[in-house]
Design a protein around this ligand. Structure first.
Ligand code: GLA
Length: 662
């Protein structure tokens, strides 16, 4: 990424560019408007397979040559994509066995995108071939600044190729069928496997699947996607030394183990589309950005896609509000993104996504959207000195794909892991504290506070890591339904949360999910819903008890000194005020500070610091509210080129500032 920002002379700004959907007159206008909007990086070729390889093995690069030359002449660098997320129709006919099969046995066909089986040899070979051909042709093209493999790996398949690859994966993991039978607990419901050929993907079946089986299938599929990514990456590296990455999907999709992807990409790339308007969009932006920063374990990252004007809420597509284009872009950049890219440059006239937003909308450049996007381009151009700077967090929220997948199993009591992660992050965001995400098995010692929302599955290694963290002086907050099963999805015996009992000084003997609408009260005045647990303090101090129902007088919140640190446990889902108070208390006890104390609600602060240990830093202030706000800060505002002195700053309604300090 460093090489990219050096080459761009600052942060990246631009987006997906699909010139093949337009004609020469529009390309000329694109050149002009890209200059006006400050575009310096365009993602090209994401969905161009059918044009690049119109027949199997016959390539046509002339049209792409012309666009890359034109972009280069116009001062726009290229993020060149491999088009493998959308195989052309000829591919289906040549490789019918590479079309994906759903869990209920339906074989899909072309007509949309993402229609391929990642485990099918025909697909893998074709993907490698087009990636290698592109890299060979454009590895030395002066326009190309980076490689973008595929688009949002997500399709899951249950076909015979997938079954064969799954069995290979299982053989490598377990060695023997006995070990597999033991791990999956196949003694239950007479599921014992007597030969490898009997093991299938978890296809449609009569009732609940074996949870060890489904968990391993999701692990396997993520590894399969990673293998497919690596093959393309390596094919590119044979011809080019430029950085290679892929664009990871929105936070709500969990097909991949993003920690593993983070380890294999040269830098992390994400797509992010908020799922609610207003302040919730800002919080969701911070959630997506903090994840992206974390998955690379210190690598730089880049926002590869966002919408200019769309929020995908569960109730449908909603428009963004004025000022959101800038604040959402800065929301990502403030949390470490080395730029802000959009999907897409020009809104399509035809095709499945003709209503997705773009920098140049259907109505053309004389629009609020284009003007706001161009103003954002100018703002990003003024932030070049931030390239390479870092975000430092004192708090981490634990995030583990295994937990997500394990909780996403039919037949379990319902706990929504994604919602639990977002809630924890949101409470920290509301408190003005920057949070990383971390895997339970990581070294956590640099964090003052670690929050573990519903860590249902906890491996022995994860438990040992959390124990070390608390022993070493850390503050750990573990939330309900944690440590219930081990890495094979087998219940922890003797009381939950299994190997964390000693750290937390307690023993949970029974989970008591609450019915819809059923509220209990706690002695600290909060009410709780969804979940309760019958637990015994075994050394822990009881901070609050249940005060209603059959749980009356039983411990609800506990705190335990262990080694040099403290282990907190919340056995239930607190209401918003109660959860905010608990987060406030553990933050205070751990000594983790907000970025800027005393900010009114709706004003976000986040800081990037120079890599030399922070001799210089840049404070991002984002006012998501509709009233101007006075903030007592000083520094040089890169957005307005104004020196903010001792009188402080007036942050306009829906406005932003980026103050250089030091
Ligand atoms: C995704 C995809 C893009 C496009 C956008 C639409 O993130 O990567 O191809 O479909 O969403 O918003």
């Amino acid at each position: 990424m460093r090489r990219i920002t050096e080459r761009l002379g600052g942060l990246a700004f631009g987006g997906d560019y699909n010139p093949e959907q337009w004609d020469e007159q529009v390309w000329k206008e694109d050149d002009l408007l890209m200059r006006q909007a400050g575009v310096n990086l365009a993602t090209v070729g994401v969905f161009s397979w059918a044009l690049l390889e119109p027949q199997q093995g016959r390539f046509d690069f002339a049209w792409l040559d012309a666009h890359l030359d034109r972009l280069h002449a116009n001062g726009v660098a290229v993020d060149l994509a491999t088009p493998t997320a959308s195989p052309p129709p000829w591919f289906t006919l040549a490789h019918p066995d590479a079309m994906p099969v759903t869990a209920d046995g339906t074989r899909l066909t072309h007509g949309s995108r993402d229609t391929y089986c990642l485990a099918a040899p025909g697909y893998r070979q074709a993907a490698r071939r087009i990636a290698a051909a592109l890299a060979e042709r454009y590895g030395a093209h002066p326009a190309v600044a980076m490689w973008h493999v595929h688009n949002e790996y997500a399709t899951v398949c249950y076909c015979e190729h997938a079954a064969a690859a799954f069995r290979d994966w299982l053989r490598a993991r377990y060695g023997t069928l006995d070990a597999l039978n033991a791990a999956w607990g196949t003694a239950f419901w007479s599921q014992r496997y007597g030969a490898w050929e009997q093991v299938l993907p978890p296809r449609a079946t009569q009732w609940h699947h074996n949870p060890g089986h489904t968990l391993d299938y999701r692990r396997f599929w993520s590894d399969e996607a990673l293998a497919a990514y690596r093959e393309q990456r390596d094919a590119i590296r044979d011809h080019s030394a430029l950085p290679v990455t892929t664009n990871l999907m929105l936070p709500g999709y969990q097909v991949l183990d993003l920690w593993k992807f983070g380890a294999e990409v040269d830098f992390v790339g994400i797509d992010h589309y908020p799922d609610a308007p207003g302040i919730d969009a800002a919080a969701d932006t911070a959630f997506g950005a903090d994840r992206a920063r974390s998955f690379g374990g210190g690598k730089p990252w880049l926002l590869i896609e966002q919408g200019t004007n769309t929020v995908y809420s569960p109730s449908g597509t909603l428009p963004k509000e004025p000022g959101d284009i800038l604040r959402h872009s800065l929301g990502h950049i403030g949390r470490g993104s080395e730029g802000a890219l959009f999907f897409q440059w020009r809104q399509s006239r035809a095709g499945a996504e003709l209503w997705h937003s773009a920098i140049v909308p259907h109505a053309g450049p004389d629009t609020r959207i284009f003007r706001e996007a161009a103003a954002t381009g100018a703002a990003v151009a003024g932030l070049g000195e931030l390239a390479g700077s870092r975000v430092h967090a004192e708090v981490a929220v634990l995030h583990d794909a295994d937990v997500w997948w394990a909780l996403d199993t039919r037949g379990l009591p319902q706990v929504d892991y994604h919602a639990a992660l977002r809630r924890a992050h949101r409470a920290l965001w509301d408190a003005g504290v920057t949070a990383d995400f971390a895997h339970p098995e990581h070294d956590l010692s640099r964090y003052r506070l670690v929050v573990a929302p519903s860590l249902y599955l906890l491996s022995d290694a994860g438990a040992a890591s959390l124990r070390r963290y608390v022993e070493g002086g850390g503050t750990l907050l573990v939330q309900h339904f944690s440590g219930a099963v081990d890495g094979s999805h087998q219940a922890r015996l003797g009381g939950y949360p299994g190997p964390l009992r000693e750290v937390l000084g307690l023993r949970v003997e029974e989970y008591r999910p609450l019915g819809a609408g059923e509220l209990l009260t706690l002695s600290d005045g909060s009410s709780v819903e969804g979940w309760s647990e019958l637990l015994r303090a075994e050394g822990a101090e009881v901070v609050a008890t249940y005060t209603s129902g059959v749980m009356d007088r039983q411990p609800a919140l506990t705190r335990h000194r262990f080694g040099g640190g403290t282990g907190w446990y919340a056995s239930t889902r607190l209401d918003d005020a109660g959860y905010a108070a608990l987060i406030g208390r553990v933050l205070g006890e751990s000594g983790a500070d907000p970025v800027l104390a005393g900010l009114p609600a709706g004003v976000e602060a986040v800081r990037r610091s120079s890599p030399d240990g922070g001799s210089r830093s840049w404070l991002f202030l984002l006012n998501h509210g509709t009233e101007p706000v006075e903030v007592a800060v000083q520094g040089y505002d890169l957005l307005t080129a104004v020196d903010v002195g001792p009188a402080g700053l007036t942050l306009p309604a829906r406005g932003a500032a980026v103050l250089r300090q030091g």
